[in-house]
Design a binder for this molecule. Structure first.
Ligand code: ADP
Ligand code: TRP
Length: 331
């Protein structure tokens, strides 16, 4: 049996450099092995927890799909689909909800972070502004993974807890129904975390991100705005403490990384580092950006690819869903 790789990206905006380094690139590298079976999807219903404007969500679904395709996803080899096109996921979501202890969701870090924010703001109602989608989020993510019996889920460390929860839910289901139908996902494929413009984890929600496919002009403008210290060009600098270096390291070749490291130690002006980073990113993204832009002009083509992917994904999902139904006594 071939190894199954699966990962999803929430359409909450155009993907950024962190999404590329942490999810898109590692997933595509894994799919390059012709013996693996791969599922890469747009987690559109997960976005609904925060994106509640129809036009925005619709546009972002295209942006994420076009980004996967522009970065090299081959729809002949990899199944690409919208989460919302697979009704079996939402059926499994309910079944898994009934297997999930409420306490497990109370410990979900995204939910806990919002409760903490309410606490810090001095609000009496600690659940203020938190919808049930946020609370149940990890269960739907478990359904995404378990319905396709994924072996490996390339995500970065911020998603590690969700994978733990997925394993717990799968084992609980198997225990309750004395079965091994649900496969707990194996290794967390750890990928590096890219810092954002402020040195914190790059994230759309923190607005510290560099969009993957902004124009070259905008890319340059964003890079030039990255804060640096006031050291003179001739002063030696520590690459490990530099946001610019972390970004460069994620995209440049080994040889060029080593060269820049030496330049840091000898002393280099921040303006020059910014220019090197810009050229490196532009080099990496130029061709992909062209493909992205042409796909965004042809949304019918994206729809056709996603519809075809959904068909294939449902064909894969149905047999397991039928077994699950029989196992729980619903036929
Ligand atoms: P965001 O935090 O911008 O909303 P998502 O939560 O949609 O990003 O993440 C999509 C994927 O990209 C996940 O697999 C996540 O682990 C990865 N990812 C997000 N931000 C980064 C980052 N700064 N560095 C590396 N990977 C990241
Ligand atoms: N929760 C993931 C994120 O915020 C997106 C996601 C949804 C996902 N379902 C998934 C990732 C299943 C991997 C597998 O980035």
């Amino acid at each position: 049996m071939s190894k199954i790789i699966l990962t999803g990206i929430k359409p909450t905006g155009m993907p950024h450099l962190g999404n590329y380094i942490g999810a898109i690139q590692p997933a595509l590298e894994l799919t390059a092995d012709s013996s693996v079976e791969s599922y890469l999807f747009v987690a559109d219903y997960h976005s609904l927890t925060t994106v509640q404007k129809a036009q925005d969500l619709s546009e972002m679904i295209y942006q994420v799909s076009a980004a996967w395709l522009a970065c090299g996803l081959d729809p002949e080899k990899t199944i690409i689909y919208r989460q919302s096109d697979i009704p079996e996921l939402f059926e499994l979501n309910w079944i898994l909800s009934c297997m999930t202890p409420k306490g497990l969701m109370n410990r979900g870090h995204s939910y806990k972070a919002l409760v903490q924010a309410n606490q810090q703001a001095g609000r009496k109602n600690l659940d203020s502004g938190i919808n049930m989608g946020v609370y149940n989020y990890p269960i739907l993510m478990s359904a995404d993974i378990l319905l396709f019996s994924a072996d490996e889920v390339p995500v970065s460390e911020d998603q590690a807890q969700h994978l733990e929860i997925t394993r717990d839910i799968a084992l609980k289901f198997n225990h309750v129904f004395k079965t091994d139908l649900l496969k707990p996902p194996g290794t967390l494929v750890k990928t590096q975390l890219l810092p954002g413009l402020d040195g914190e984890k790059m994230s759309k929600s923190k607005n510290n991100h560099v969009p993957l496919f902004c124009s070259s002009k905008e890319l340059k403008k964003i890079i030039m705005k990255i804060k640096t210290d006031s050291s003179a060009p001739s002063e030696p600098k520590n690459p490990e403490k530099s946001i610019l270096f972390s970004m460069y390291k994620a995209f440049a070749s080994k040889g060029n990384i080593e060269k820049l490291k030496q330049r840091y130690q000898q002393g280099i002006g921040w303006g020059e580092v910014k220019e090197l980073l810009y050229v490196c990113l532009e080099d990496h993204l130029l061709e992909k950006r062209k493909v992205y832009e042409s796909l965004m002009m042809d949304q019918k083509r994206i729809d056709a690819i996603l519809n075809e992917g959904a068909k294939k994904a449902r064909e894969k999902a149905k047999p397991l869903m039928q077994k699950i139904r029989r196992t729980i006594g619903i036929s």
